[in-house]
Design a protein around this ligand. Structure first.
Ligand SMILES: CC(=O)SCCNC(=O)CCNC(=O)[C@H](O)C(C)(C)COP(=O)(O)OP(=O)(O)OC[C@H]1O[C@@H](n2cnc3c(N)ncnc32)[C@H](O)[C@@H]1OP(=O)(O)O
Ligand SMILES: CC(=O)C(=O)O
Length: 528
């Protein structure tokens, strides 16, 4: 099958998305990751638009890309002037990129909105392409609003493409700029263009937006109709509802359509690339993102897990490892014994020979979930519960008692302190500590007490603390669920507590967190 060329516009159209901003240095880092995974074209920005994008292209002059060709983006010349007098075009050439992409108007309605004439618009397209070709660039022509323009006035839409072809463009990219077209129309229009311009030998490409949730589907239709260049962004970031998500498109092209675009080795970097771009953008990664999301291969229903244990293809459309992802099994009140057995095996636990079979464990989990626990969000507490139910729990410490005092004096902030008494082996320890609030005071006091025996507790800290009222109708008697996320140098884990008392629920989650940390230390040193 013919290869498809990937054209990434995360650094240009991606940054037109709400809340997406990259510094010039961050853009360079992303471009290097895109190059590393084998993207063929990287659109770095619009140098005529802002100093940041000009800085990016200046920095890029010293960067060597292995596979990617860098593109600078801009518009055709303005009406009524020569290309050589247009500062936007000058900025494109000064970027010194091997590729320049310009967009022009296809839709007669939009040309009139600009108070332009249809003839002048055609000249703007043709003359701009000629000028850029004279400067030795590979020129991509993005036909803005192609599909809406083609619907409104197909003859004129074709004239705009012919103007770009006469100018010597290397590729015509048909854009669903408003993102509202359906796959059937994309296919019909693309087929018509292909039969009209196919003999010119020009490459055809597709650029879609996701306003109707169809960007990926529309890109696939275009590929089926002969598109050999696919434009999109990492994670689908982009103007309004975003662009076609390359993170979804790439595995579809390679694994399902057998259209080579990146190597199988590079495909395994896909999840890492998606994470890197979301972290750089400071956007929380979408759990449900196809192929690479945390939930993409997470199985919750007992029936699913039972089948996946026998044959993963029963509920997995591709092998998660191919895209750098992995399978997870979740524990909840929708679990069956298969979930428990899978999880126990994953945690390296034997839950067989002690009279508490996985069926009893499932019943206990369902009872606790009914009380408000949520084990799919708290693997640390699930492991401790499993150990308790199978009589394998060896607690690092026992709580004897705690006391928390919160003081509020007029015109002064609240002050909290806690006293904790624990026993480790045959020794008792009592410590007191202050904190920003009652949970922080408890955490500090417990940490101080444990430090005497397990100095390694210093490497762990709490990273998140979430409280949720479970039964809002019950007023102050409602139960609360506390979820705590903790980490040390190597691991991140979550624990849970449920009670009518927020301090009690917090203590449960906190104590589980420390027990989990101390139990997972293979070489746990208790200094007696
Ligand atoms: C479909 C797309 O995603 S295209 C990319 C859209 N991206 C962006 O707009 C981000 C970068 N844009 C910018 O920084 C600014 O809009 C600039 C620098 C390009 C222009 O800024 P300004 O000169 O202040 O103009 P403004 O943004 O208000 O309007 C855009 C101008 O471009 C003109 N224009 C629009 N499309 C084209 C085109 N293909 N060719 C030439 N001119 C065009 C408009 O008619 C308008 O001209 P006018 O000022 O004479 O009315
Ligand atoms: C060019 C472009 O970004 C569009 O038409 O959507």
């Amino acid at each position: 099958m013919d290869p498809v060329l990937l054209y990434d516009t995360t650094l240009r159209d991606g940054t037109q998305g709400e809340n997406i901003n990259f510094s010039a240095e961050e853009k360079i880092k992303i471009a290097q990751r895109l190059d590393d995974i084998g993207i063929h074209y990287i659109e770095g920005g619009w140098p005529g638009s802002n100093p940041r994008d000009r800085q990016f292209f200046n920095l890029a002059k010293t960067v060597r890309f292995n596979t990617a060709r860098l593109a600078a983006f801009g518009s055709t010349r303005r009406p009524g002037i020569l290309p050589g007098d247009d500062h936007n075009l000058a900025a494109l050439v000064e970027s010194e990129t091997p590729v320049v992409t310009i967009f022009g108007k296809t839709w007669d309605h939009h040309v009139k909105l600009m108070s332009n004439t249809l003839e002048e618009n055609l000249s703007m397209i043709e003359e701009t392409v000629i000028w850029l070709k004279q400067k030795g660039r590979e020129v991509f022509y993005d036909a803005e609003h192609f599909f809406d323009g083609y619907r409104a006035n197909p003859e004129y839409a074709m004239l705009t493409l012919n103007a770009a072809i006469r100018g010597g463009a290397d590729a015509l990219i048909l854009c669903d700029t408003n993102g509202g077209n359906l796959p059937s129309f994309i296919a019909d229009a693309f087929r018509a263009v292909r039969s009209a311009v196919g003999q010119s030998g020009i490459r055809l490409g597709i650029h879609t937006h996701n306003d109707a949730g169809l960007a990926v589907a529309n890109s696939i239709e275009a590929v089926n109709q002969g598109a050999v260049v696919v434009q999109g962004t990492i994670n689908g970031y982009g103007e309004r509802c975003g662009n076609a998500d390359l993170i979804t498109l790439i595995p579809i092209l390679t694994l399902k359509m057998e259209r080579p675009c990146i190597t199988p080795e590079n495909l395994k970097k896909l999840r890492g690339l998606s994470r890197f771009v979301s972290e750089t953008a400071n956007i929380v990664p979408l759990n449900s993102r196809p192929f690479v999301g945390k939930s993409a291969f997470a199985h919750k229903g007992g029936i699913h897990v039972s089948a996946v244990m026998k044959d993963p293809t029963a509920y997995e459309h591709v092998d998660p490892a191919l895209v750098g992802n992995s399978r997870t099994v979740l524990i909840s009140d929708l679990s069956g014994k298969s979930n428990i057995e899978y999880k126990a095996r994953e945690m390296g636990m034997d839950i067989g020979g002690n009279g508490c079979d996985s069926r009893k464990i499932v019943q206990e989990i369902k009872k606790r979930e009914q009380e408000g626990f949520q084990f799919d969000a708290a693997e640390g507490s699930f492991k401790i519960l499993l150990e308790k139910l199978t009589e394998q729990h060896r607690p690092a410490f026992e709580l004897e008692s705690f006391r928390v005092v919160i003081e509020k004096e007029k015109d002064r902030p609240c002050n909290s302190h806690a006293i904790v008494k624990i026993s480790v082996g045959c020794r008792d320890e009592i410590t007191a500590a202050e904190g920003n609030g009652p949970v922080s005071a408890l955490d500090n006091a417990l940490r101080r007490a444990l430090h005497q025996f397990f100095p390694d507790v210093d490497t762990m800290h709490l990273v998140d603390f979430k409280v949720r009222v479970i039964d809002g109708n019950a007023g102050t008697a409602a139960k609360v669920r506390v979820l705590i996320e903790s980490r040390d140098r190597d691991n991140l884990w979550s624990t849970i507590g449920v009670s009518e008392d927020i301090i009690e629920a917090s203590w449960q989650a906190l104590a589980d967190s420390f027990q989990y940390k101390l139990a997972k230390q293979q070489n746990l040193q208790c200094v007696e």
